[in-house]
Design a protein around this ligand. Structure first.
Ligand code: ZN
Length: 495
């Protein structure tokens, strides 16, 4: 597939984004029945006649899910419908046994809102078209194919545990005016939404478990023109990093199509994490194809204004205000805060500070050691395998002098490899700094005796030559010594 270099693409075309985020609510039971929603259970153990779509079964709305939907709508500055209905979205799919999905069509519970994302100190206002309630489908597992897709598979397995789990779909209005920053704005928006949903306490928002899923719509129009181009919808992008990469790729791919005089096909596309590319899925259906009609088995939802106001009082701090507050509390410079936000590390640092670490040390570990590992593994920070509590424990061990920064990296490695808590890793790998003065003194003596020429240099006033001796002692101590104490001992002995 040909792509245009990014800068060239942006010189000729203006990207317009549309982001659809599906969030699985963390209610204990499903949207329309009492089945459990716990993740990871044995296949088809959390099912009943309603979520299996058996004849004669009747759905009942989960009040907690409606409450979460309203709170999400309010947090996104939406208007809350005084009266709305569910609709049937009709289509066949093996993981949807009713042959229709209960969703909302022209009467979403929340609509016409907005939110803001901050990127490099610049505020982008994102319009929210709607947030509506629907149910999740089951899961298909295609066995025997190389790619995990149905093509080439020998057979497929179906798990209906997820069928009927409450979902909220949050749809933005077209996002214009981002220019070359479109991929980063897309990522910043999903990051902001993830943090907001977590603060609301309505979802686990685990992208890698699919409880937060993003479809990214991208279209291009020639710079300086108004009408939108034809768009593609890249489905189920499953990490924050991939959201940015997928948007960037689609811009360069569509630009190449347009620059060659072609037409972008309006279609869904699959994202490939390994190659960083998208491939065509199905041609995009239109709403008419789904034959939406009001769900006859459910009563309308008519939240009272009093209830809506009660729920408004439970909202967390708005995301932009929260960023300003934590930045001031942590004493970060604008540049430091910018890096923290673009790495999606605000929550992680907040939790690490709450666990006892200083803001600067929390920032250091998340943006260096954890970020490096996240990049290598192609995952988000929170999926690297180390928790904020563990980062705070590692930092505490550094401050106590049990380990130094260099040894701390080995502790990260051990924790991520599942070798236990930071203290357990230090014990098992014997990483603790040796404070045994006799052992240190012996190593210092060895280094001095083995390097008479360096000793002469130090004696003649070249104190910086001590670095070589310190290095030799540290090597002998396998890095497990306090370098400043070693320096002191060397200068004492020679001086
Ligand atoms: Zn059920």
């Amino acid at each position: 597939m040909t792509v245009l270099p990014y800068q060239e693409a942006l010189a000729a075309y203006d990207p317009v984004l549309g982001l659809e985020v599906h969030v699985e609510l963390n209610t204990t039971s499903k949207m329309f029945c009492g089945c459990s929603t716990a993740f990871g259970a044995e296949p088809n153990t959390q099912v009943c006649p309603v979520c299996l779509g058996l004849p004669g079964s009747l759905p009942v709305v989960n009040a907690k899910a409606v409450e979460s939907a309203i709170r999400i709508g309010l947090a996104l500055n939406c208007r809350i419908a005084e009266w709305c209905r569910f609709s049937r979205k009709n289509y066949f799919y093996p993981d949807m046994p009713k042959n229709y999905q209960i969703s909302q069509y022209d009467e979403p519970i929340a609509y016409d809102g907005w939110t803001e994302v901050v990127l490099d100190g610049e505020i982008f206002r994102i319009g929210i078209e709607r947030a509506h309630m629907e149910e999740d489908t089951g899961k298909s597992l295609h066995v025997g194919g190389a790619t995990g897709r149905i093509h080439g598979a020998d057979y497929s397995l179906l798990d209906y545990n997820r069928s009927g789990v409450p979902l909220i779909e949050i749809v933005t209005k077209p996002v214009e005016g981002t220019g070359a920053k479109a991929p980063e704005v897309a990522r910043a928006y999903v990051t902001m939404l993830r943090d907001l949903l977590r603060a609301l306490g309505v979802s686990d928002v685990r992208m890698e478990q699919g409880s937060l899923r993003c479809d990214a719509n991208v279209s291009l129009r020639p710079v300086g023109t108004a009408p939108f181009g034809l768009r593609t919808e890249t489905k189920n992008v499953n990490s924050l990093r991939s959201v940015e990469r997928a948007v960037r790729y689609e811009i360069t791919r569509q630009a190449a199509v347009l620059a060659a005089g072609g037409r972008v096909t309006q279609e869904t596309r699959h994202w490939h994490e390994d190659s960083g590319t998208t491939t065509p899925g199905r041609n995009k259906e239109t709403a008419e194809d789904y034959r939406y009609f009001p769900e006859p088995d459910l009563v309308p939802v008519a939240p009272s204004r009093d209830w809506v106001e009660e729920l408004r009082a439970t909202l967390p701090e708005p995301p932009a205000a929260r960023l300003q507050r934590v930045s001031a509390e942590w004493g970060f410079s604008e540049l430091e805060m910018r890096d923290v936000v673009s790495a999606g590390a605000v929550n992680a640092i907040e939790a690490t500070v709450a666990a006892g670490a200083s803001p600067q040390s929390a920032r250091k570990w998340w943006l260096t050691e954890v970020a490096r590992r996240a990049n290598e593994a192609g995952v988000d920070l929170e999926d690297v395998g180390v928790t904020p509590q563990q980062v705070a424990e590692i930092q505490a061990l550094v401050e106590k002098g049990t380990i130094n920064d260099k040894l701390a990296r080995q502790v990260f490695e051990g924790v991520i490899a599942g070798e236990g808590s930071p203290a357990e890793v230090v014990a098992a790998r014997e990483l603790a700094i040796v404070s045994d003065e006799a052992a240190l003194a012996a190593a210092v003596n060895d280094a001095i005796n083995a390097n008479p020429d360096i000793v002469d240099k130090i004696k003649s006033g070249k104190v910086q030559a001590a670095g070589a001796l310190i290095g030799s002692v540290m090597k002998q101590m396998r890095g497990q010594a306090d370098a400043s104490r070693v320096r002191e001992l060397i200068l004492e002995k020679i001086g």
